[in-house]
Design a protein around this ligand. Sequence first.
Ligand SMILES: *[C@@H]1O[C@H](CO)[C@@H](O)[C@H](O)[C@H]1NC(C)=O
Ligand SMILES: *[C@@H]1O[C@H](CO)[C@@H](O)[C@H](O)[C@H]1NC(C)=O
Ligand SMILES: *[C@@H]1O[C@H](CO)[C@@H](O)[C@H](O)[C@H]1NC(C)=O
Ligand SMILES: *[C@@H]1O[C@H](CO)[C@@H](O)[C@H](O)[C@H]1NC(C)=O
Ligand SMILES: *[C@@H]1O[C@H](CO)[C@@H](O)[C@H](O)[C@H]1NC(C)=O
Ligand SMILES: *[C@@H]1O[C@H](CO)[C@@H](O)[C@H](O)[C@H]1NC(C)=O
Ligand SMILES: *[C@@H]1O[C@H](CO)[C@@H](O)[C@H](O)[C@H]1NC(C)=O
Ligand SMILES: *[C@@H]1O[C@H](CO)[C@@H](O)[C@H](O)[C@H]1NC(C)=O
Length: 746
Amino acid sequence: MEAGVVFLLLLASLGVALTDTFHGDSISFMPPKRNSDGTYKVTFFHRQNSKGNCKNESTFTCDDGVCTTFSKSSVLPTDKEVATNPRWCQSEGRTTATVSTNKNSLTLRRSGCCWEPNVQGVGVSWTSFAELDLGTRSDTRSINSCPVTTTVSSLRVPQNCFSKIRLLAYDPDRDKVRCRYALNATQVPGITLDETACTLTKTGNITTGVHLFVLTMEDVTTKNITVTYADKTTTYREESNTRLPPLCKVKVQFSVEVTDSIPNCEMGHVQPTFLSRTPSHGDVLHATVGQTFQLYAQAQAAHSTIQDFQVSGPHNMTKAFKDDQFGKAEVTLSWMPQQSDLNRFVPVCFTAETKKTQSEMRCVVVMVTQSSITQVRAKVQCEPNKMTVVLEKASIPDIDENFLQLRDPSCSLTSNSTHITGVMSFTTCGTKLEEKGDFIVFKNEINSFVLPSEVIVRRKTVKIDFSCQFPKAIEISSYYSVRNSDYIFTESSFGSFGYTFEIFRDGNFTKKVEASAYPVEVKLLQTIYMGIEATSELPNVTVFVESCKATPDDNPDNALSYDLIKNGCIRDETLKVAESPQTEFRFQVQAFKFTGNYDQVYVTCSVILCEPGSQFSRCAQGCLKDPSRRRRRRGLSKETVGHYITQGPLQFVGQPVPKAAEEGLNVVMQNDDVPATVISPPAAPDTKSSKGSWEFKRMLSSNVTAVVLGSAFLVSVMLLAVVIHRYSRKTRVEDTKALIASDYEN
Ligand SMILES: *[C@@H]1O[C@H](CO)[C@@H](O)[C@H](O)[C@H]1NC(C)=O
Ligand SMILES: *[C@@H]1O[C@H](CO)[C@@H](O)[C@H](O)[C@H]1NC(C)=O
Ligand SMILES: *[C@@H]1O[C@H](CO)[C@@H](O)[C@H](O)[C@H]1NC(C)=O
Ligand SMILES: *[C@@H]1O[C@H](CO)[C@@H](O)[C@H](O)[C@H]1NC(C)=O
Ligand SMILES: *[C@@H]1O[C@H](CO)[C@@H](O)[C@H](O)[C@H]1NC(C)=O
Ligand SMILES: *[C@@H]1O[C@H](CO)[C@@H](O)[C@H](O)[C@H]1NC(C)=O
Ligand SMILES: *[C@@H]1O[C@H](CO)[C@@H](O)[C@H](O)[C@H]1NC(C)=O
Ligand SMILES: *[C@@H]1O[C@H](CO)[C@@H](O)[C@H](O)[C@H]1NC(C)=O
């Protein structure tokens, strides 16, 4: 009786449907364990996608009677759209299998009918599948771990906006992961699978409708290893031998609904785009048993409303959604891992959802560790040219600091009584550069080392990975409420470099106008001093200002604009370039304003950094009357692309224009191709703009001395702190895979 009630409740909560359509699934394994009696314990989590309410999940079977016990916990929904007819629902179940002794591998499968109706037809049957090797690897001294992946339940993309889908493919043993279409799977026309990046990219036309993707993920070892089995047999796996079967093969399957085209595919317009506080795709985050783990994501869509975030996460992960102004919304996912989750690598994927569309899918891996391990307290500070890691000694009590090193052991760590500090540039100490989508990541690690003469090690060992991550280019215009003077860009061959763009108080270029004093109040006739300074790790780089133009707002593409410098040539006769070191560019220009109802001016410059020594670099060539004739030598000159940096606004204060000055007023007429012409006699101050050309008003009389800058001009640098803060918040001590084991067993 009681069992019956439970059964009914379970039915109700799962909403078991009679027509049991399948919408895809994924399996993630815990690292398999060898029990003391010689049997293996293999635990896996299985997520199944649904539309409507979550469906019951059928149980896996174990091939050839390899498993002696098979226990499946109740399957519970993890995330479901709150709607009468939910578009997504995902459930997760946990299964623990005991595998009899002397078995070398385990194969799990289940199958059923049918997939949801799709472009292949109705009644397509499905199979879930995983195969794992149970030998012990010589490099990790453990059984191989399978690649970890999942997807959200409902993936939808407008036909004209499909560009790519990045899949999560993380291997806990740090093997490479290869994604392939599963055996018998139909390949989707118009889509190409990049097997090493695990990315589906559009390469042709794709039809609307539901497309099925049935893939397998396989791990490919990158070292030569020996695998030892329970029956004492061994296999030597040479890294270059591509004919060896993978140690693990696990299927992931999902459907993508290609919907009708929409007018604008720009991310952030109708389709939400993730904002910078959201973790990057593929990040490894850390959770501790018994402590609440939180993941924060934020997205924005200017022309639609984000209603929810769809999540594929562990059971018991809670979701707090909050919408905000300007089309922004955020979600906080919270989860407290239990003791049984220890050492689990939990895949978490999410999308931001509007009524019609969704954002890209982002996925991270959450690694669950024992509290004593992640208590290594470390701070990473990222600056444009270097990163600093500071470890708190008290948090790693049993570590002998004399046996800690950076990836390149010739770089030393320093320490005082409380902290261990490592400082490195992005090009030294073994720091590795990785491009990750829109970001560039610099990675290094601190680890314990073993003396060559040591046969046994009694110290605890530790490995702490850390990284700094920078957007490849910081979008300036989206932060216009904070007056920017700091820009950080990253290019693979130049590493990370920064620019500051400042307004100075006088021609000595020593006193900057404080960030809080923006908008900078100026009066016509006043001389404005501006300076651009580049910072780079590379020695002897030269900064070159290719163009500078003024606009009445912070949109550098505004049709109403005025060239101060173009193609490296000075175009404004009041502009004077001052002497400066080669990493700086200083100039002065007389204040001007746009005719019409505009009282602000922004200046946007395109700047290039060049390495020294090439006569063909853009920096060496200076003013080019005809830039299309520029002589280039591919590969000889190393220079960055032009980056735009903006300063402003200069705010004109309503000072009555002196009569004498008004008489000296000239109007410069210019459109893009025609050189500037000075029209006299003077025109009226508010000449109307006409189509195709525009007018620009400026005081040319220079016999009036520069007005002393107002009291709003204070001196200090503050913005740097803000910018650094933004980046340090993005960084984290990644993968504190501390191998705290006081003995290397032997
Ligand atoms: C789910 O399906 C399995 C196998 O199809 C069945 O044995 C089990 O009773 C079902 N569970 C529920 C709650 O319906
Ligand atoms: C692939 O198809 C063949 C023939 O239909 C079948 O025997 C085999 O089991 C299928 N393999 C998988 C992995 O589904
Ligand atoms: C793809 O679609 C476009 C527009 O519908 C069409 O012009 C083009 O011929 C198609 N290409 C292929 C390879 O079908
Ligand atoms: C693996 O072994 C082969 C042959 O001994 C050797 O050439 C190769 O460099 C080794 N690879 C690695 C990654 O150690
Ligand atoms: C969910 O949380 C409850 C209480 O916090 C716990 O008893 C239960 O085991 C958890 N379930 C899973 C699958 O972790
Ligand atoms: C040790 O160095 C750290 C990091 O540089 C610093 O914060 C701390 O104050 C120093 N402690 C002492 C006792 O000097
Ligand atoms: C530079 O500073 C000196 C001393 O502070 C001052 O006398 C001089 O006028 C300044 N020069 C310019 C060009 O402002
Ligand atoms: C940098 O420039 C200085 C002076 O021009 C020169 O002495 C030095 O060798 C240069 N360094 C490099 C790395 O090019």
